[in-house]
Write a protein that binds this ligand. Sequence first.
Ligand code: SAM
Length: 69
Amino acid sequence: MRIIELFAGIGACSKALKNIGIDLEIVDAVEIDKYAMASFNAIHGTNFQCQDIRTYNKTFDNIDLITHR
Ligand SMILES: C[S@@+](CC[C@H](N)C(=O)[O-])C[C@H]1O[C@@H](n2cnc3c(N)ncnc32)[C@H](O)[C@@H]1O
């Protein structure tokens, strides 16, 4: 499942899905707070940079799930 997390925080939505055995590809995570982003990356083994949803303007193909808050 290809997922984008908006207002990603530490990525609890992705963590919960992984915990029930769903094979996830985290395509992007939008989080403005550097400490939350660092925690997200540590938990999920990713390397996303902070992003502000107010200026977010990316497009991706074949996204299965977008989480929000
Ligand atoms: C309720 S928390 C989300 C919790 C998240 N679902 C988790 O698993 O940790 C909302 C998050 O939105 C982030 N946020 C607030 N304003 C933002 C903005 N303009 N752009 C991106 N993220 C933002 C906050 O830093 C905060 O981590």
